[in-house]
Write a protein that binds this ligand. Structure first.
Ligand code: ATP
Ligand code: MG
Length: 411
């Protein structure tokens, strides 16, 4: 017999937790729509190649975390570990570059084979945005402002810090890479095994290693800013100036590099100290070389994504359910009228609960339990007069209302 339990690292989302997650996505969607973003839905799986090429084959995601399988036709497919790759693939395959800039957002499940712990799941939800075709720093400012406004609307702006850094253009990155490798080679014996391996393939990743021994070495590593060329310095200064104009508080974090290979210039994270080691709730950056790398031409790109579950965990108040009207029938002769009344009220947009069974006492108890604000009581007397008794369940008052005027009375 099949095991009746969740796969490790996956969760059923319902009740208050689902309402909070939905609120996060609703507020995010509304916020980014004010910036002209439109929703896109791409498939949950893609050819493995799409992720392997997009994310760089030395990233943690590609080397360790992907759910990859062969389908019955022998194709290697992967459940999406993040949203950008699929959106970039779609941008290219649908020929969207005819109409730049293109501003897209998505929300949906992502899959990563990670060690499950608080804030780290194997299936989780991301909300993300991507903007194509704007190489100027205004895009970076707007993307960060948009993220900040979103968290402000969730009431989390006091809880969250905007951290920002610049990786510069390719010339600056190459320059920093050699300075960093030279430094790390002097301390190679102190590095963790994983970082020793990364030294050749992806030394930048060592900067955000969580291993204690690496952190001590990284503490004194050369600073990225010192390797930025003039163009990159100016670009970063423009981004920071824009944030200053908008009075968005930020902190420059010289160790922020992000895990993926494709970032250039601005990288940023919104972090909190309330979720332990899983403190990053939103992360993003500019990826000017990515579309070209994927074969779509020289088109600038920038985006961010947030973890919906991590953000939901920070919301302390419950999201209240809409209060219903309770339709209460007394006796069999009231049944058809009650059925019809509930149907008509629902058609008009009212949320209506019926108790389905029981005497008046039971039905009134159920109405209270459903947090109904009013009860529409239908007995044989009411029906013969074409009225209902409408009881206000908050103050206990009641009155007779003609059935034809019920909707007005309840609104
Ligand atoms: P981390 O450093 O925590 O592993 P990451 O750099 O892998 O994060 P991104 O790929 O940038 O994360 O994804 C963006 C956001 O998605 C993260 O900031 C986080 O909020 C969320 N996220 C990432 N991985 C998970 C996961 N396994 N479970 C829940 N949320 C996640
Ligand atoms: Mg990760």
């Amino acid at each position: 017999m099949a095991k009746m339990q969740n796969v490790r690292g996956t969760y059923d989302l319902y009740g208050a937790a689902k309402r909070r997650a939905k609120k996060v996505v609703d507020i995010a969607s509304k916020t980014v729509e004010t910036y002209g973003f439109e929703e896109i839905e791409t498939p949950i799986f893609e050819f493995t190649e799409v992720f392997a090429r997009n994310l760089g084959d030395t990233s943690d995601i590609v080397t360790k975390e992907m759910y990859t399988f062969l389908d019955k036709g022998g194709e290697s497919l992967t459940l999406r570990p993040e949203g950008t790759a699929g959106v970039v693939r779609s941008f290219i395959s649908q020929g969207m570059k005819q109409n730049l800039p293109v501003k897209l957002y998505y929300a949906g499940p992502m899959f990563r084979y990670e060690r499950p712990q608080k804030g780290r799941q194997r299936q989780f939800t991301q909300f993300g945005v991507e903007m194509f075709g704007v190489p100027s720093a205004q895009a970076d400012v707007e993307m960060i402002a948009m993220a900040y406004t979103f968290l402000q609307k969730l009431g989390l702006d006091d809880t969250v810090t905007v951290e920002i850094n610049s990786l510069g253009d390719k010339e600056s990155r190459d320059a920093y890479r050699s300075v960093l490798v030279a430094y790390l080679k002097q301390h190679i014996n102190g590095l963790s095994d994983e970082s020793k391996e990364r030294l050749d393939k992806n030394p930048l990743r060592i900067l955000d290693s969580k291993e204690e021994c690496d952190r001590e070495i990284v503490e004194n590593a050369p600073l990225y800013t010192d390797s930025l060329n003039e163009t990159s310095k100016q670009f970063f200064a423009q981004v920071l100036r824009g944030l200053d104009v908008l009075k968005i508080p930020y902190r420059i974090n010289h160790r922020l590099v992000r895990g993926l290979d494709y970032y250039s210039h601005t990288v940023f994270e919104l972090t909190t100290d309330k979720l332990g080691a899983q403190g990053t709730v939103l992360a993003g950056g500019r990826y000017d070389g990515l579309v070209e790398e994927m074969g779509g031409g020289d088109i600038a790109g920038i985006g961010w994504a947030c973890g919906v579950e991590r953000l939901s965990m920070l919301l302390d108040s419950d999201v209240p359910l809409k209060r219903p009207v309770a339709v209460i029938e007394l006796g069999d002769e009231a049944h058809d009228t009650a059925l019809k009344t509930a149907y008509e009220l629902r058609t008009k947009g009212f949320k209506v609960e019926c108790a389905y069974s029981g005497n008046i006492k039971k039905r009134m108890e159920k109405a209270a339990k459903a947090n109904a604000y009013k009860a529409v009581i239908l007995g044989s007397d009411e029906i013969s007069q074409g009225v209902a008794t409408v009881k206000n369940l908050d103050d206990g008052t009641q009155k007779q209302v003609p059935l034809a005027h019920l909707a007005e009375e309840l609104s």
